[in-house]
Design a protein around this ligand. Structure first.
Ligand SMILES: [Zn+2]
Length: 230
């Protein structure tokens, strides 16, 4: 009787020992992986504010606490103007192009943007997505989303942004979506709790113009350190 029990105890002890060994090993691998992956990215530093944001001063509050950090920390552009390419029109989509262009021009009042006619020279690409967007990473609405990807150029960490906005929606809805997704693309990686802001998390019946709170939030983002552009 005693033998099998003792044997079992030893086995249990051994397997617990192995298990804790495996946990320690796993932890070491995780720490090493973390050290290597963060060492590969430049340390976060603060860039000078773009002139339009530096001049901006408005005391209406912000929702900076809702902005999330990403892998390169804050999504901050540091080469200006930031170049935007809107997918050109086909026979049926001139209105879509006009609305996207209008949204770019609205943000241009607060942030240095330039429309370009070559996709390969653009930082932000606005894509007239024809496929249904099922699980957008940033949105509750199902017809628009924004993604970013990282790349290295002459050992400087940079990002590219793609905005997808489906056509065949009411004009007001397309314009509101373009304003909102551009807000993400410029660096507001989060949502406002107030429906009077462009970055409100949900669609509203009467979409607001870019608010002072939207610009205040963008300015605060640009005052943060980032790994991008270094
Ligand atoms: Zn959003």
């Amino acid at each position: 009787m005693a033998r099998p029990l003792g044997f079992r105890r030893v086995r249990t002890h051994t397997s617990a020992y192995l298990r804790s060994g495996a946990i320690v090993l796993f932890a070491i691998v995780c720490v090493l992986f973390w050290a290597i992956s963060t060492r590969a990215l430049p340390a976060p530093r603060i860039h000078p504010l773009p002139a339009l944001l530096a001049q901006w001063n408005h005391s209406s509050g912000d929702y900076f606490d809702q902005v999330r950090k990403t892998e390169p920390e804050y999504l901050i552009w540091s080469r200006f103007p930031v170049k935007v390419y809107v997918q050109p029109a086909d026979l049926r989509s001139q209105t879509w192009v006009n609305l996207m262009t209008q949204a770019v021009n609205e943000w241009k009042a607060y942030f240095p943007l330039e429309l370009v006619d070559r996709r390969d020279s653009a930082d932000i690409f606005i894509d007239r997505a024809s496929i249904p967007i099922r699980f957008p990473p940033t949105e509750r609405v199902r017809f628009a989303d924004t993604r970013f990807e990282l790349y290295q150029q002459e050992s400087v960490l940079r990002h590219l942004v793609t905005i997808r906005i489906q056509p065949n929606r009411p004009d007001l809805s397309l314009l509101a979506a373009a304003r909102h997704e551009l807000g993400h693309a410029l660096g507001i990686w989060g949502h406002s709790p107030l429906e009077t802001d462009v970055m409100y998390f949900s669609q509203v019946r009467t979409p607001p113009p870019i608010s002072a709170r939207d610009v205040n939030t963008l300015k605060r983002v640009y005052e943060q350190p980032t790994r991008l552009g270094w």
